[in-house]
Design a protein around this ligand. Structure first.
Ligand SMILES: [Zn+2]
Length: 478
């Protein structure tokens, strides 16, 4: 595909807030994997006469997200009813913020570009339907689980500033990192704690014509966000090239066919008959309260990235790999504090530690800063080679044993005894007169052969640097 067509993408992201209680009642909001209909009450199941009371914590977490995404926070916000019928919505309406959202006009930087955030508002989640059989159309019956009814959500809406499916994925990944840093959500897309709807249209850069917007749903992983948008972009371009109309509709990503399928024509906001929620008075926030929450935010990933690049002299790519997971970044800083060697520590994290984690899982790794300190010291003292250090690191990580202990137990100590290595080198040279002659006649490559022989005699324990020095002296006279 040439560059004639350009995608225009905007995202709507629902984030489940990890508050203790639901948005408007005292039911527990931790409902994942819970027995169906075990965390419900008259409020969240919409019984007549039950009155909703907004949760303070929901506002606190909402303000945190809005601040982290550089949004303006409205001190006056209000709830509204979004009316529609679906069996997982017992009230027949969702409580959301349509007219007066909690916050507006922010941004998140991705690839050096500021993606504008239109608004972030608070609302409640709906329940879940469980269909018998494989899919809804072949299902004999469906069951309703109302545990999720009333779980608080923050909906983050972006401007259509995203320029590629890949950028949409990176935006989502970065957003998740931020949400985890500020501790407002697990951000697990696979568990529905973060859900993404995307709208995409395509501009023909030659005619300037822009297609209708298509909304894509059901993308429950970062990879699928990218894949679904790639598919949809190609589909729309195809229609435009054929001179066909692009329907304004909602399409769902189908995991099995790896394509999007039409779900319904796109609804407009007036279809929902929004009106102010009469049971909840407007919420007026105190500016000092908002400031206090803003100031309680930890260092954000982008700030930490800059600090890692500046203070530890890491490349941006390496720094981000360490920063992305807060737990890893915290641990890295703890280790660096003790080793005082950020570059070397980063190398061990990015190669050995990450490999160990992906092979064995985080909970099997028992390593602490002193392991690194000792390992580095053993290498500096020439007691172990870098290769030996890797093996020792592995064992340390899995057993929690100190590196010095492992060295002692296994008799791994590197041989750095000059006299001993000299004796071995002499013997090796005497035993290979032909190779010596060859080397003296210019076969430089044979030098490696002698190093190899000496290493073999010492069972790999000789310090390679010392071996090289001694052989240089004997064979080259330097
Ligand atoms: Zn409830």
């Amino acid at each position: 595909m040439d560059n004639r067509y350009r995608p225009v993408i905007g995202l709507e992201i629902h984030v489940q807030l990890n508050t203790k209680t639901k948005a408007f009642c005292d039911c527990s909001a931790e409902v994942f994997d819970l027995e169906p209909n075990s965390s419900i009450c008259p409020v969240c199941t919409g019984q007549p006469g039950a009155l909703p009371v907004p949760s303070h914590e929901m506002f606190e977490l909402g303000i945190k997200i809005a601040s982290a995404l550089n949004c303006h926070i409205n001190l006056y916000s209000r709830f509204d009813r979004k009316n529609y019928f679906y069996p997982d919505l017992p009230k027949g309406y969702q409580i959301t913020q349509f007219f007066h959202p909690l916050s507006e006009r922010g941004w998140l930087e991705v690839d050096g570009k500021k993606i504008r955030i239109t608004r972030i508002h608070l609302e409640e989640d709906a329940g879940k339907l469980l269909h018998s059989g494989d899919n809804i159309t072949k299902s004999d019956y469906s069951l309703v689980d109302m545990n999720r009814c009333g779980v608080p959500l923050a909906e983050i809406v972006t401007e259509p500033d995203i320029e590629s499916p890949e950028q949409a994925r990176i935006f989502m990944e970065k957003l998740r990192t931020i949400l985890r840093y500020i501790g407002v959500s697990t951000g697990d897309m696979e568990k529905g704690a973060m859900r993404c709807d995307a709208n995409i249209s395509v501009v023909d850069t030659i005619t300037g014509k822009q297609s209708n917007k298509v909304e894509v749903k059901n993308m429950n992983s970062f990879k699928f966000v990218e894949k679904a948008l790639e598919y949809e972009f190609d589909r729309i371009v195809q229609l435009m090239e054929n001179g066909q109309e692009v329907e304004r509709e909602t399409r769902g990503w189908n995991l099995t066919t790896k394509s999007t399928v039409s779900m319904r024509s796109k609804e407009e906001s007036h279809d929902y008959r929004y009106f102010p929620e009469p049971d909840i008075p407007p919420v007026v926030l105190d500016s000092e309260y908002v400031e206090k929450i803003k100031n309680s935010l930890p260092e954000l990933p982008d700030d930490r990235l800059r600090r890692f690049v500046n203070d530890y002299k890491l490349s941006e790519k390496d720094a981000w790999t360490l920063v992305e997971d807060k737990k890893i970044a915290d641990f890295f800083e703890e280790v660096v504090k003790q080793t005082k060697e950020p570059k070397e520590t980063a190398n061990w994290f990015l190669t050995e530690l990450f490999r160990m984690i992906s092979e064995h899982g985080e909970d099997k790794i028992h390593i602490n800063p002193t392991h690194f300190v000792e390992l580095f010291q053993l290498m500096r003292d020439g007691k172990i080679s870098r290769n030996m250090a890797k093996d020792i690191f592995q064992e340390s990580a899995l057993s929690g044993k100190m590196p010095s202990e492992i060295v002692k137990e296994k008799g791994l100590e590197q041989v750095d005894d000059t006299k001993l290595i000299e004796d071995i080198a002499k013997k090796v040279i005497e035993a290979h007169p032909k190779e010596v002659e060859g080397f003296k006649n210019g076969k430089e490559g044979l030098f490696g052969f002698f190093v190899g022989q000496v290493m073999k005699e010492t069972k790999g324990k000789a310090n390679p640097k010392t071996v090289n020095e001694i052989l240089n002296k004997f064979l080259r006279g330097v």
